[in-house]
Write a protein that binds this ligand. Structure first.
Ligand code: NAD
Length: 334
């Protein structure tokens, strides 16, 4: 039997997690939640998902011609595990609901580490999530950083990591956020929260970060600088990154995030999703035991395969992280 998964909050992350779960053969989506019967709900309905709504809004769905299957509480009752994809800060209020129903729960990076007591990245700590009831899948930026730091730490030993993050100001569908004509150091007081967040997964790593918001919606770009304990060449670094299925080298004239997204469209990725870290191989430069590179992170989709692996670990459907990663990748077409 397949693990029964509910997706609470069907926005940027939730809709992608639902499709990725549905593509696996060992888990299925038993329902998604929408607060209002808008265009996204209509698409979910068309895709065949059972839609659950807050009790006070069930009638509105009926009126809009897409009958809700029940209330969010009823959806939670039917599930083995709920993936909470509500906006950052909202998920915390749902914790009592999940605990009352006795279901396992995953939260996203917008919630704090303490909500679950375990922050997850498949390449870094899959085994630690085995059988757990509560897990937080870290944010897009943290996921992107953990994916490059973990394998380098295993192979060469990381002495310290320094990162500058150029963050997309808003997601493509977000009409309310900005800026549209400014670069914003955010936060101004350094370091930014991204370093401590990486340490919620990899506590042994010396990392500090600075972040800027820039007027773009496509992707984040990180300038990563790592100092390691072992002598290495750029080819050694490329070999380590090349062994990671969720790291993709970009080149062949790709000189920007715009071209990465065009490439994702061309290879017919759903919603132009780029689930992998995109590293410019040419940027990898070694100076003594220190190296630099640029990577681009597709914020809307990078955490999606991580959520599938977190489910598999928590439900104990697979004890080996590498095998889960491979299975997830294959099912979604990565
Ligand atoms: P979003 O605003 O796109 O989607 C959230 C959805 O939840 C919306 O459909 C909203 O209607 C719904 N919702 C709101 N309140 C609800 C409630 N009480 N019950 C059920 N549904 C409710 O947000 P998002 O960008 O998908 O972010 C979700 C989480 O993922 C946040 O923690 C965020 O920090 C994290 N995250 C976001 C990104 C990103 O770049 N968008 C990347 C990684 C992680």
């Amino acid at each position: 039997v397949k693990a029964k998964i509910a997706v609470n909050g069907y926005g940027t992350i939730g809709k992608r997690v639902a499709d990725a779960v549905q593509a696996q053969d060992d888990m299925e989506v038993i329902g998604i939640s929408k607060t209002k019967p808008n265009y996204e709900a209509a698409v979910a309905h068309q895709l065949g998902y059972d839609i659950y709504a807050p009790a006070e809004n069930v009638g509105a769905f009926e009126k809009a011609g897409m009958r809700a299957a029940g209330t969010i509480e009823e959806m939670i009752e039917k599930a083995d595990l709920v993936v909470d994809c509500t906006p950052g800060g909202i998920g915390e209020g749902n914790k009592p609901l999940y605990q009352k129903a006795g279901v396992k729960a995953i939260w996203q990076g917008g919630e704090s580490h303490t909500i679950a007591g375990f922050s997850f990245n498949a390449a870094s700590n899959y085994e630690g999530a085995l059988g757990r009831d509560l897990v937080r899948v870290v944010s897009c930026n943290t996921t992107g950083l953990c994916r490059v730091i973990s394998p380098i730490d295993r192979e060469l030993g990381v002495k310290k990591v320094r990162v500058t993050l150029a963050r997309r100001a808003a997601d493509p569908n977000d009409v309310k956020k900005g800026p549209i004509n400014a670069i914003v150091p955010d936060p101004i007081k350094l370091p930014s929260h991204h370093g401590p967040d990486v340490r919620s997964v990899l506590p042994q790593i010396d990392i500090t970060t600075a972040a800027l918001k820039i007027p773009t919606t496509l992707m984040h770009v990180h300038t990563v600088n790592m100092e390691v304990n072992t002598d290495c060449t750029a080819d050694d670094i490329k070999k380590i990154f090349g062994s990671q299925s969720r790291i993709r080298f970009v080149g062949q004239g790709i000189s920007s995030t715009a071209e990465i997204i065009e490439f994702a469209r061309d290879i017919r990725r759903p919603r132009n999703d780029m689930w992998e870290n995109c590293i410019w191989a040419e940027s990898i430069t070694v100076h003594e035991k220190e190296f630099y590179f640029f990577q681009a992170i597709h914020q809307e989709s990078i955490v999606v395969p991580e959520n599938v692996d977190a489910i598999r670990a928590m439900m104990e459907l697979e004890s080996d992280g590498a095998k889960s990663i491979e299975k997830t990748n294959k099912a979604i077409g990565l």
